[in-house]
Ligand binder design. Structure first.
Ligand SMILES: *Cc1c(COP(=O)(O)O)cnc(C)c1O
Length: 238
C-alpha cells in the first residue's frame, strides 16, 4: 500500500524542490550582484536541464524560468520541441561540444550556441545560419585551463579566433564562455576569461556553475549556467 503511493509523492516533492531551489539561486545571484556593486538583473541565469526529463523541467518553467541550457543536441531534440511549442518564449542555449554533423539540427532548435571553439565549426555554423536564415547569438568557448581533453580554443589563439568568427565570418559573437578545471582555483580562470573578453571588446561572460557562480559574478559573469543547484543530482544520460 505504501509502495503504490510513493511515485506520486516523489513527483510532488521534486516539483516543489526545484521551484524552491530556483528561488534560492535567484536570491543568491541578486545578493552576489549587489555585493559586487553591479545592478540588479545584470546576471542572466541559464538553468541547465541536461539529463532531466520534461516532467522535471516543467515545474521550473512554471516557476517563471525561461532560459535553459542543454549539452547534447540529440537529447535536447527529444524534449524541447514540445516544450517550446507550449511555451514560445523559452530560449535554449547549447552549452556542450558541437560536432559539425549536428550543426543543422542545432541551428534549427537552439537560440544561442555557447560552444563555438574551432574554425571548422565556425564556418559550418555561418553557412547553416545563412541557409536557415536564423542568426543565433554565439559565445566562444575558451579552454582557460589548457586541458587536452576539454573543448575550447586555447587562450593564446583566442584573439585570432574571435577575429575570424566575428569579423570575417560575421557571426553574432556576444561573449566568451569557459569551464574551469575542477581541481583549480576558479577565480584565476574567470579573471583570464574577463581579460580576453575586455581586450577584444566583448561584453558577455558565460561562467560559473552550481559550485562557483557567486564567485563568477564577482568576476563579471553576465551569464551563469546552473544545473544541480536547481534540479538536484543529474540522472544517467538518456
Ligand atoms: C552541466 C554543465 C553545467 C551545470 O553544472 P552544475 O554543476 O550542475 O551546475 C554548466 N555548464 C556546462 C558546460 C555544463 O556541461
Amino acid at each position: 500500500m505504501a509502495l503504490s503511493k510513493e511515485p506520486a509523492a516523489t513527483q510532488v516533492d521534486v516539483a516543489v524542490n526545484s521551484a524552491t531551489n530556483l528561488a534560492e539561486v535567484q536570491a543568491l545571484i541578486a545578493a552576489a550582484e549587489q555585493a559586487a556593486g553591479r545592478s540588479a538583473g545584470d546576471v542572466v541565469l541559464v538553468a541547465v536541464s541536461k539529463t532531466q526529463g520534461a516532467e522535471d523541467i516543467l515545474p521550473v518553467i512554471q516557476a517563471g524560468q525561461r532560459l535553459f541550457g542543454e549539452n547534447r543536441v540529440q537529447e535536447a531534440q527529444g524534449k524541447w520541441p514540445d516544450l517550446k511549442a507550449a511555451h514560445p518564449d523559452l530560449r535554449l542555449h547549447l552549452i556542450g561540444p558541437l560536432q559539425t554533423n549536428k550543426v543543422k539540427d542545432a541551428v534549427a532548435l537552439f537560440d544561442v550556441i555557447e560552444t563555438v571553439d574551432r574554425p571548422k565549426l565556425a564556418r559550418v555554423l555561418a553557412k547553416e545560419m545563412a541557409k536557415q536564415d536564423r542568426r543565433l547569438d554565439c559565445f566562444i568557448q575558451v579552454n582557460t585551463g589548457e586541458e587536452e581533453q576539454k573543448a575550447g580554443i586555447w587562450p593564446e589563439d583566442a584573439d585570432a579566433f574571435i577575429a575570424l568568427v566575428r569579423d570575417e565570418l560575421g557571426l553574432s559573437v556576444r561573449g566568451l564562455m569557459c569551464i574551469p578545471p575542477v581541481e583549480e582555483e576558479c577565480s584565476l580562470h574567470f579573471a583570464l576569461l574577463r581579460e580576453i573578453a575586455q581586450r577584444n571588446g566583448l561584453e558577455g561572460l558565460s561562467m560559473g556553475m552550481s559550485a562557483d557562480y557567486e564567485v563568477a559574478i564577482q568576476f563579471g559573469a553576465t551569464l551563469v549556467r546552473v544545473g544541480t543547484a536547481i534540479f538536484g543530482a543529474r540522472k544517467p544520460h538518456p
